[in-house]
Design a binder for this molecule. Sequence first.
Ligand code: NOJ
Length: 740
Amino acid sequence: MQKPQADSIDVKVDSILKIMTLEEKVGQMNQYNGFWDVTGPSPEGGNAEKKYEDLRKGRVGSMLTVRGTEQVRAVQKIVVEESRLGIPLIIGFDVIHGYKTLSPIPLAEAASWDLEAIQKSASVAASEASASGINWTFAPMVDISRDPRWGRVMEGAGEDPYLGSKIAIARVHGFQGEDLAAVNTIAATAKHFAGYGFVEAGREYNKADIGSVTLHNIVLPPFKAAEEAGVKTFMNGFNELNGIPVTGSNYLLRELLKNKWGFKGFVISDWASIGEMTTHGYAKDLAHAAEMGVKAGVDMDMESYSYIDELVNLVETGKVDVALIDDAVRRILRVKFELGLFDDPYKYCDPEREKNVIGSKENQEAVLDMAKKSIVLLKNNNKLLPLKKKGQKIAVIGPLADDNNSVLGSWRIASKDSSGISVLDGLKQYTGNDLMFEKGADLLTNEPTFINELAFNTTDTSGFEKAINVARNSDVVILVLGEHGFQSGEGRSRTNLDLPGVQQELMEKIYAANKNVVLVLNNGRPLVLNWAANHIPAIVETWHLGTQTGNAVAQVLYGDYNPSGKLPMTFPRNVGQIPIYYSHKNTGRPVDPQPGANMVFWSHYSDVESSPLFPFGYGLSYTSFNYSNLNVEKDSYALNEEVQVSVELSNTGDYDGKEVVQLYIRDLFAKIVRPVRELKGFQLVELKKGESRTIKFSLTSKELGYYDQDGNFTVEPGEYEIFVGTDSNASLKTHFILKE
Ligand code: NOJ
């Protein structure tokens, strides 16, 4: 079937709009949550009676978190058969890192720097979700954040706008595919527009205060990249930005997104965020909030009942121009047409597909592949890793070692609890009888759930002794520690980034019994790991890797897969350093003291080194790589010319392996002070042992320019430095001049 042309869709949209009553139009702008899973504060029972009635009356345009072909068909049937116009619902869901078969959490995927794999992972998620009746995901979250106290860093791509933009594009393409009308693709959402990653002190839902240079150069680029990649919807954030709740930000939504960028899709509010403008102290009541939301450019209201209860009256009393309503409805209907919902409202409701696609072998293999690629080797002294496949007595210790639930990570509403492969189960395939397991301690004292606070075991160390004995009798200890999967995500801010509960104590005791410890970390954010980094010989960052966790970890620990992940976020030495990120400004008195200087007047802390524990872009391999011959083709270039850079990469170690070659620039002086380094290129390169290759980069004005205070993109003549290497501390350096 030929895809409908955009203009023919517009004609159809207009013909529907013409016959709609005002109430039906407002109905399209209303989204309700389903009746069982909740992802936000909800009335008991989900207000089911009212919702059913509104579905029948054409007062609902979308439902979220309804899932399964049977359930989706049931709600769709109500609107199609019982409402006057039968306009199909668009069905939204938080498909964040997989649907039922889970990929690693998004932050972990970002650590792969493997755009192809990330795109594939999103397409697997789309195919499973669409097989379950869903046609719209509230992902990708493209919020840049430099604050690991904020629990939602697990859901993003980390601290860097360049890497974040590339990943945003990969995810949008993965979810939406080449043809949105295909049965296995779904509409994506760029969220949360904008500034949510900068909530003050990392406290969830807090305000953000950022200047225009940070807004335009750090926060907005991944959103713009998603828009250019064709993302169908945007979601606004919960936060206020510089005094204005972004839900009501005319500047962000109307001026920038819709007018300047020309976004043609629609904007969904976050859960109840229109109504929350009253709580913020910005709207005087729900009607006022609805008025500000629609004027700013929010096209659909998620669960605040503000549009459905107030908009008709606001139009009838002349407070809101009906043209704004028409614009919003047009945008929503257009996406419904593009998905093919008007041709067949039940197209995602095929039980046969649901049975065959969800959890398929192929999907399991895809998430395993993604999981291996997401692992970051942080330390490997004495070549403790990879483990030997025979003849090593292995002890597996730690509260998370046999946990098949926590490994799934946060945000996985459709997956079955405890359906992951634990690290212990993954390792058993290799170790057979050479494996001894002792948990040592519990992490929690309550049952973990997505919506409740966790309670930690801070006192019970009664299992330590057995674990210490097992450690003593083994050649190598695999110690699995970290955060519970539900410890990061929405509503999960922390002020302390240490290992929670009694884990630090357990680690120290185990290390005292046997120094050959491999620390396998499970976590949804950067942690503070000084003691471990100073003592434990091998540390492997495995995040929360999803369904196939244990298999991925085992393959890496036993060397069947050589790790190549690189940190997408800086690991601090101390919470007090936060926000800490590689792309900082130099200051007038930079962090570069004279050796032995006893003078205080430079930018530093007197109680901790200023550098991070592990920098952005950092990650080891079982092999080693050498960089040489960094070369920029010419000394100077014209402003619009492409700058050609090359570097020689050699695999100098004992294994075949992959390396993420990273290129950073520094604009030495400019009208706006530029960061000391900015990532502007990377390549994932696979080399056999002993192999060398010349890697080439070209930099265009897109990479060399920046946004000024007014948000205008500019490229300045001047002197630039280039650094290429294995992480953001890359020392190989050259430079060039951009001429007028
Ligand atoms: C609130 C979250 O902020 C948002 O990301 C999510 O998509 C919605 N709830 C729906 O669950």
